[in-house]
Design a protein around this ligand. Structure first.
Ligand code: BGC
Length: 376
């Protein structure tokens, strides 16, 4: 009898969540298209208490859209992306993707762990980028609708087999997106492996707070809570140096428009063709301390970033060149989006002085990163 009552309440709760006939937070699931191998892809819409929506697909565990109001309540989708699964499979640039096993670059696609050298596919000139060609961004994840602290939440899981893309160990990864009543998208990551391995996960969402497809992000005023970057060589691999940034165009302790200094002839801006750098955060892995923010003056929309990670890749969409058409049919041109990718430092497995990215057999990798939206 008890079990029957439990089952009935569970069914009632699920019906409320899925049918959307209730007021307040809910999640709906729809078809998002098909991959080339015939597999069906789903899209989940998370609606918070205020009625604002985030859409997430189980293909690459990607954020597909985030619709938030400007200072007058006008909604815009502030993330770059494609219309359907087919668009993402054919597309590029990791829009909204979960990236792994190793976000950003590993030099020459090689690293040594426990005296064994591992070789990864080279998919970015002479380096390996974002977990390789069939990294987590290109996998179909299992999705489970849950509620977390009474907020709509989507739990995505993926099993990465031993030696996938050259990385040792069977790895089980969980990414949980939670969309809170105050427009914060919280991303909780967990991973375990049955062998020592490396693990550096991130989300590669691109923001344009004017709305996706509405021009460049040069007017966005950015703050990054960092006193140093890890400068890179011409292949965008860290040199190993931690370079203080006070007084340079990389000093974002005071919010500054991206466009104000991006054209300066500073060596690292020339190397990156703009900002494409890991900032060494001052936040000491404390998710309650503001790590970065961007404010778009015309709309007043703001995104704040909080993270447990030691670094953030601040990337100004320097590789966008207008050949990708977004979900509303508009092209994404040079610098039409910006990313704040919370991460361990790029190429850490080859830089013992960087915070370690090693995940030991039996240990648990965890990360929490929050993107919170307001309008001022
Ligand atoms: C990298 C860029 C790269 C972009 C898209 C960023 O994380 O730092 O160099 O072009 O991802 O792949």
């Amino acid at each position: 009898m008890k079990n029957l009552i439990r089952l009935a309440s569970f069914l009632l709760l699920s019906a409320i969540l899925f049918t959307g006939c209730s007021k307040g937070p809910k999640i709906t699931k729809e078809n998002f298209g098909k991959l080339k191998d015939g597999k069906e892809v789903s899209i989940f819409t998370l609606v918070n208490e205020k009625g604002f929506k985030v859409r997430i697909t189980n293909y690459g565990a990607k954020i597909v859209s985030i619709e938030v109001p400007d200072r007058n309540g006008k909604l815009a989708d502030v993330t770059l992306g494609y219309k359907n699964a087919e668009g993402y499979e054919a597309g590029d640039h990791y829009f909204g993707s979960i990236v792994g096993r190793y976000a950003n670059r590993i030099a020459k696609g090689k690293f040594t762990l426990d005296s064994v050298e591992y070789k990864l596919a080279l998919n970015n000139g002479s380096n390996s980028l974002h977990g390789g060609p069939t990294g987590f961004h290109s996998q179909l994840w299992n999705a489970e609708v849950i509620t977390k602290d009474n907020y709509p939440s989507l739990k995505l899981t993926y099993h990465s087999p031993d030696m996938q893309e050259g990385y040792p160990g069977n790895m089980d990864v969980t990414v949980t997106y939670t969309w809170t009543a105050d427009n914060a998208l919280k991303i909780d990551y967990e991973a375990t492996s049955d062998k020592n391995t490396v693990c550096n996960l991130t989300n590669h969402v691109y923001f344009n707070l004017k709305g996706e497809g509405n021009g460049d992000i040069l007017d966005h005023q950015v703050m990054i809570n960092a006193d140093a970057i890890t400068p890179v060589d011409t292949t965008l691999i860290p040199t190993g140096e931690l370079r203080p940034i006070k007084g340079t165009p990389f000093d974002f302790l005071t919010a500054t428009a991206i466009g104000k200094r991006i054209g300066e002839k500073y060596d690292q801006l020339l190397t990156g063709n703009g900002y494409d750098h890991n900032f060494v955060l001052n936040t000491k892995n404390d998710v309650s301390v503001l790590a970065a923010s961007a404010y778009e003056p015309a709309s007043g929309r703001t995104v704040e970033v909080y993270t447990t990670e030691p670094g953030i890749q601040f990337y100004t969409g320097n590789f966008l060149k207008g050949d990708q058409t977004g979900k509303a049919g508009k092209p994404y041109n040079f610098r039409n989006g910006l990313c704040f990718e919370a991460q361990k430092f790029p190429d850490s497995p080859n830089h013992p002085a960087f915070p370690t990215a090693e995940l030991k057999k039996g240990d648990k990798y965890t990360q929490t990163t929050i993107y919170k939206f307001t309008a001022k």
